[in-house]
Design a protein around this ligand. Structure first.
Ligand SMILES: Cc1cc2nc3c(=O)[nH]c(=O)nc-3n(C[C@H](O)[C@H](O)[C@H](O)COP(=O)(O)OP(=O)(O)OC[C@H]3O[C@@H](n4cnc5c(N)ncnc54)[C@H](O)[C@@H]3O)c2cc1C
Length: 499
């Protein structure tokens, strides 16, 4: 059983496992719920890739860097846009089916802040679910990949400065130790730490907590992207996403009088970068006066079957109703700092996908670049691990002390759930779309107090509170407004930056 362990089965984890297997390695692939549970499965918009006529990696890079508000690493961006087309071709070879024009060529959509139509979709707005279907079939069919669903990684184990394995918790709550010469975190996002989010229940920031606990460096945690147009209905978690592609197709954002208010803050209107749109919507959503109007969009029901199916049980329809919207925590730009091959700052620990900070997004992600990042950097990590261990794995190290902490009930207890509810409310209010020094200071104190009150054995609750505190601290430390981080008290970007 001494083999690399990949944690998470979104696009990044599935691709890493497949790449490692195709390089000849046996792999363990652990995920805390099922293969269907991930941010990836929910992705509606599509994958950005420079493959259309008139497009080029250089144009894609320029748009990515412009969106990043000064903090993207141009080398990482270059890797993303130049290797992306090859990864998408491989996806096609593996059986992924993207939507095509009548002449059989791939159909490319336009999204906010892209200068060319370059977003490919699968099954209309079911891109993520279609990707998971394809990649799940591929990993299930590969005898070198052992899949462990409902196995939650609780702790990473280090021995002499190197990661040597993990402690997992199975469905019965039993703690199990696994040795692994390389642990790849592909644990996705942190949306569920916020009260209003588009992320599914599994997105609780576990990767950040696990990496932080073994001393791996985390970077740019303050940069969070709030999706401007989640359907705003009280008590609905996750908040249903009204995809960006709707605005790409011509839907408007209006107030109760029909005024297209985003033009008040940006000439690009509904196609302005996400953070600008999110703030414009946020101000009006507070007064319940922000709506998405897609009633005039041609053939809107057929073009957006996923959104339509989501609205139908709520008695709403894209071609009939004004849809109330609010910003929802959607995507984390920062994360576990990695090099261009996915290596974290701790030996033996790797990170790919949304939980990682590769440098491609900087302060703000260009729409539909995250699925591409998951593919490109997971592929690099898989190849690099295979290369590093081409001569064989180091002898397995002892995982002592063996896990004794099998007390797993405390996280679901009423006191723990109350702490989580409070944390989510604090983050949305004080560490949300617009932040201030007093609000962030208060958030830090309140989160520390919640952590001190975490019931004994509620380790997952405590982990989430620690990650929440790290985000609040990072946001407080950045005394400027840039990309996805907006400080009302420091409204402009600093003219210089140390990053
Ligand atoms: C509603 C929605 C729409 C989106 N639309 C788009 C889009 O159109 N285009 C685009 O590029 N991006 C989109 N995104 C963002 C994109 O989906 C994600 O950034 C991307 O899918 C992340 O992939 P990932 O593999 O890194 O993580 P995920 O897909 O989130 O997978 C994480 C995996 O880790 C597992 N996991 C977490 N913690 C543990 C643990 N402790 N132990 C074991 N397993 C664990 C989870 O169960 C899950 O399987 C969207 C996101 C959302 C929420």
């Amino acid at each position: 059983m001494h083999r690399p362990l990949v944690v998470g089965t979104g696009i990044a984890g599935l691709w890493t496992a497949w790449r490692l297997a195709s390089e000849g390695h046996h792999v363990l692939l652990a995920t805390k719920a099922t293969l269907q549970d991930s941010n990836t499965a929910w992705a509606q918009g599509g994958i950005a890739v420079a493959l259309s006529a008139g497009d080029s990696p250089a144009l894609h890079a320029a748009d990515t860097i412009a969106a990043s508000d000064g903090l993207a690493d141009p080398i990482a961006v270059d890797v993303l846009v130049t290797e992306g087309p090859e990864r998408v071709r491989e996806l096609l070879e593996l059986g992924a089916s993207f939507d095509r024009s009548p002449d059989g060529t791939l159909r490319f959509g336009l999204e906010a802040a892209h200068s060319r139509p370059r977003i490919i979709h699968a099954a209309g707005d079911r891109t993520g679910a279609a990707l998971i279907e394809t990649l799940s079939r591929v990993v299930r069919a590969d005898p070198r990949i052992t899949i462990m669903e409902r196995h939650l990684v609780r702790r990473i184990v280090k021995h002499e400065h190197r990661v040597v394995g993990v402690i997992l918790q199975d469905e019965e709550g039993e703690a199990l130790a696994f040795q692994a010469p390389a642990v790849v975190l592909a644990t996705g996002g942190v949306g569920q730490l916020f009260e209003v989010t588009t992320n599914p229940p599994v997105a609780t920031g576990d990767g950040w907590a696990l990496a932080h606990a073994v001393g791996a460096e985390l970077a740019l945690l303050e940069f969070l992207q709030f999706h401007p147009t989640a359907l705003s209905l009280a008590g609905v978690n996750p908040a249903p996403l009204l995809t960006e592609a709707l605005r790409g197709a011509g839907a408007w954002l209006v107030d109760g009088t029909g005024h297209r208010f985003v033009f008040d803050s940006d000439d690009r209107g509904e196609l302005a970068p996400r953070d600008i749109v999110a703030r414009a919507v946020g101000i009006r959503a507070f007064r319940k006066d922000a709506f998405l109007d897609a009633r005039h969009v041609d053939n809107v029901i057929n073009r957006f079957p996923g959104v339509s199916a989501l609205l139908e049980p709520l008695g709403l329809a894209l071609d009939r109703d004004l849809l109330p919207v609010a910003p929802a925590m959607h995507y984390a730009m920062g994360g576990i700092r990695t090099d261009l091959a996915g290596r974290s700052t701790v030996a033996g620990l790797w990170a790919v996908g949304e939980c990682a900070n590769t440098g491609v997004h900087g302060a703000n992600r260009l729409a539909s670049n995250s699925l591409l990042e998951g593919l490109v950097f997971a592929d690099r990590a898989g190849r690099e691990i295979a290369r590093e261990f081409a001569g064989g794995f180091p002898a397995p190290a002892s995982l002592s002390p063996a896990p004794t902490d099998s007390d797993t009930g405390a996280d679901g207890s009423a006191p723990a759930l109350a702490l989580i509810a409070r944390m989510r409310s604090i983050l949305t209010q004080e560490v949300g779309v617009v932040r201030t020094e007093p609000g962030l200071a208060e958030a830090e104190i309140a989160l520390a107090d919640l952590l001190a009150r975490a019931p004994s054995g509620a380790w997952h609750t405590a982990d989430q509170l620690r990650v929440a505190a790290l985000i609040a601290r990072a946001a407080r430390g950045r005394r400027e407004s840039r990309g996805g981080h907006r400080r009302a008290d420091f409204p402009r970007p600093r003219p210089w930056s140390s990053e």
